[in-house]
Design a protein. Structure first.
Lengths: 116, 109
């Protein structure tokens, strides 16, 4: 099925552990994003990638790194997890459709991360 | 100040009521999305707007580019419309996508 696939869906870490959230899309979109969603805070942009080979910081990049491995994949790494990084993480991809002017935006199902 | 502001933050309605959720933004945009998120669920794009108005079933979305304002209307609201509605803007400066904090809508039977 076409769309955005995130793994894992759930993860529990201890403080100081590292992990990588994986995201892949099969819609040939150029832009990909990582967000975190916390109660009462809405979605906050961590990092984004406008195209393969480029990445940019969002609102809350501290404590995270990203890799745009190729056009399909955009991973988010926590090098030393902290309890403040307990959140639900969403990956998204988008593409501006030239000709129609439509911007297609698709989200992954989310990854729930708990840091103890 | 948030670049994208939504109002109201919370909205409770009776089934059948007409509902309006507003979104104001302060940056130049190339597109605006209205998104829906059900409790514990994923996020779905309802509309993408770059100008004018769009309608899908009981949902209507409008945008005024000059005033930097968009509205999402739900006609004849139903309990299954209960969800968080989120406004997101794609900035013209690049591919950055910024979100409002969302509006929690509860429709009571």
């Amino acid at each position: 099925n076409a769309g955005v696939t995130q793994t894992p869906k759930f993860q529990v870490l201890k403080t100081g552990q590292s992990m990588t959230l994986q995201c892949a899309q099969d819609m040939n979109h150029n832009s990909m994003y990582w967000y975190r969603q916390d109660p009462g805070m809405g979605l906050r942009l961590i990092y984004y990638s406008a195209s393969e080979g480029t990445t940019d910081k969002g609102e809350v990049p501290n404590g995270y790194n990203v890799s745009r491995l190729n056009k399909r994949e955009f991973s988010l790494r926590l090098e030393s997890a902290a309890p403040s990084q307990t959140s639900v993480y969403f990956c998204a991809s988008s593409e501006l459709m030239w000709g129609t002017g439509a911007n297609v935006l698709t989200f992954g199902a989310g990854s729930r991360l708990t840091v103890l | 100040k948030n670049e994208v502001e939504q109002s109201p933050q919370n909205l409770t309605a009776q089934e059948g009521e007409f509902i309006t959720i507003n979104c104001s933004y302060s940056v130049g945009i190339s597109a605006l999305h209205w998104l829906q998120q059900h409790p514990g669920g994923g996020i779905v794009s309802l509309f993408m707007l770059s100008s004018g108005k769009k309608k899908h079933g009981r949902l209507i979305a409008t945008i005024n580019i000059q005033e930097k304002h968009s509205s999402l209307h739900i006609t004849a609201s139903h309990p299954r419309d209960s969800a968080v509605y989120i406004c997101a803007v794609l900035e013209t400066s690049g591919s950055r996508l910024t979100f409002g904090e969302g509006t929690q809508l509860t429709v009571n039977p």
